[in-house]
Design a protein around this ligand. Structure first.
Ligand code: S3P
Length: 440
């Protein structure tokens, strides 16, 4: 039987000079939907990311009694107010492939009056959930996990108590789950959080939710007060820098190429990829910078580089580039010298163990690596050209493994067969369409 769920790439891409538009930001799309569910009345998102992670979010909300509808790329949600979910006994919510949904949603369920079961796909079922159930149960709700993993059974509490929480992984998912739970309490929740993406904080501020933030060098101190009501939210989702990263790297690696990506979210807590590209010698510029509802947005220009410098990547950039490392490793593969990335144990907590997969892709291309549980050393080769057969499969359908492999095939050549093409539907459904636009 023909397998249509794979792609074959047999030649490198030619130089290009294009302007592209990337799909909406995943983190913001999920947060918009969850917050809209808690408002009283109609919220609208323009340019919402229409991917499986967002559809899973909307389907979970639908089971919780929230109505939504799409018109073109836009979406309307009718919220039922704080803790206003209405649902039948013993429902099962399916977070699909999405760690962000699976973790953040639980924050909104700490007052659930009937038991809720939370499940996910094969990849999500391998991921750690204790990181959110442990702080969330301190609000008073009960979480029964399967050894810290899915399925999880949630029984809420009538009167959740605010907590003091120390988030020390640099995980925005953990921080945000606690911030959402804090909304459902009668008091103040205090969070000390290692730096991570701050979209939830910015949305809370925009919605006039009582929040105080003190930014220190390595940690943020956040105070959230419970609320009785929140405003509806009209929001235009900017383009996702994590999805843009594949094209920034492709351009950097393809001699004679340049690219402009419009309306990208360049929130300072997300631009580790930009800093790393610059440190490696890539010319990259922000134009038309503006602030939209607290988020920074710009058009991003990038040019290919003749010689890439190796990098000893400062771990303080890890959280702001956490979803981009797989594709960053491709830059290191072509850099002059050895690159080193450390304190990256969180990379193995993603949709697949990404340190392992990053290293595997490079090894298949003929690049040597040395990996530990939390680091990778990459022995770069500025003359790298691939001319053999490479097959990529059995990687837990991790969308970012798929897309990184496509970029590697287009940048370095070789005869690649990359399985599980459908994985792009989770975060970046237009990925292959944009590749084809650039090829034209
Ligand atoms: C996300 C946070 C990150 C990131 C994920 C999206 C978010 O995870 O990897 O893709 O939207 O909060 P962690 O917070 O677990 O690092």
């Amino acid at each position: 039987m023909t397998n249509f769920n794979k792609i074959e790439i047999n030649k490198p891409i030619k130089s290009f000079n294009k302007i592209i538009k990337i799909d909406g930001d995943k983190s913001l799309s999920i947060r918009w939907a969850l917050l809209a569910s808690q408002a009283n009345g109609k919220s609208i998102a323009y340019n919402l990311l229409k991917s499986e992670d967002i559809i899973s979010t909307l389907n979970c909300l639908k089971k919780l009694g929230i109505k939504y509808k799409f018109f073109k790329n836009n979406c309307e949600i009718v919220g039922l107010g704080i803790n206003g979910f209405q649902y039948k006994k013993k429902i099962t919510l399916d977070a699909g492939n999405s760690g962000t949904l699976g973790r953040l949603l639980q924050g909104l369920l700490i007052k659930s009056s009937k038991q809720i079961k939370l499940i996910g796909d094969k990849s999500l079922s391998k991921r750690d959930f204790l990181r959110v159930t442990q702080p969330l149960q301190r609000f008073g709700a009960k979480f029964k996990t399967n050894n810290g993993k899915l399925p999880i059974f949630i029984n809420g509490t009538k009167k959740p108590k605010p907590i003091k929480y120390f988030e020390n992984k640099g995980s925005a998912q953990c921080k945000s789950a606690v911030m959402l739970a804090a909304l459902l309490t009668d008091g103040k929740t205090f969070i000390k959080a290692k730096k991570s993406r701050n979209h939830t904080e910015l949305l809370f501020k925009h919605l006039s939710i009582p929040i105080k933030i003190l930014n220190k060098k390595n940690y943020d101190y956040i105070e959230v007060r419970g609320v009785k009501k929140i405003q509806t939210l009209k929001y235009t989702i900017p383009s996702d820098i994590s999805s843009s990263a594949f094209f920034l790297v492709l351009t950097a690696l393809c001699p004679g190429s340049q690219l402009k990506i419009k309306n990208v979210n360049i929130n300072p807590s997300r631009i580790g990829i930009i800093k790393i590209l610059k440190m490696m010698g890539v010319k990259i510029l922000f134009k038309n910078q503006r602030i939209y509802k607290g988020e920074k947005i710009a058009d991003v220009f990038v040019k290919s580089t003749k010689s890439l410098k190796a990098i000893n990547c400062p771990p303080k950039l890890n959280s702001s580039a956490i979803d981009e490392f797989l594709v960053i490793f491709l830059l290191a593969a072509k850099a002059k010298g050895n690159s080193y990335f450390k304190n990256l144990s969180e990379l193995n907590q993603k949709e697949s163990p990404r340190l392992k997969w990053g290293s595997k892709i490079l090894n298949l291309m003929g690049i040597n690596t040395k990996t530990t549980n939390d680091s990778i050393k990459i022995y770069g080769n500025p003359y790298l050209k691939v001319d053999k057969k490479i097959i990529i499969k059995d990687y837990l359908k991790d969308h970012r493994v798929f897309m990184t492999s496509v970029i590697a095939a287009l940048a370095f050549g070789g005869k690649w067969t990359i399985h599980d093409k459908d994985s792009i539907k989770t975060s970046f459904p237009s990925f292959l369409k944009i590749i084809n636009e650039i090829k034209k």
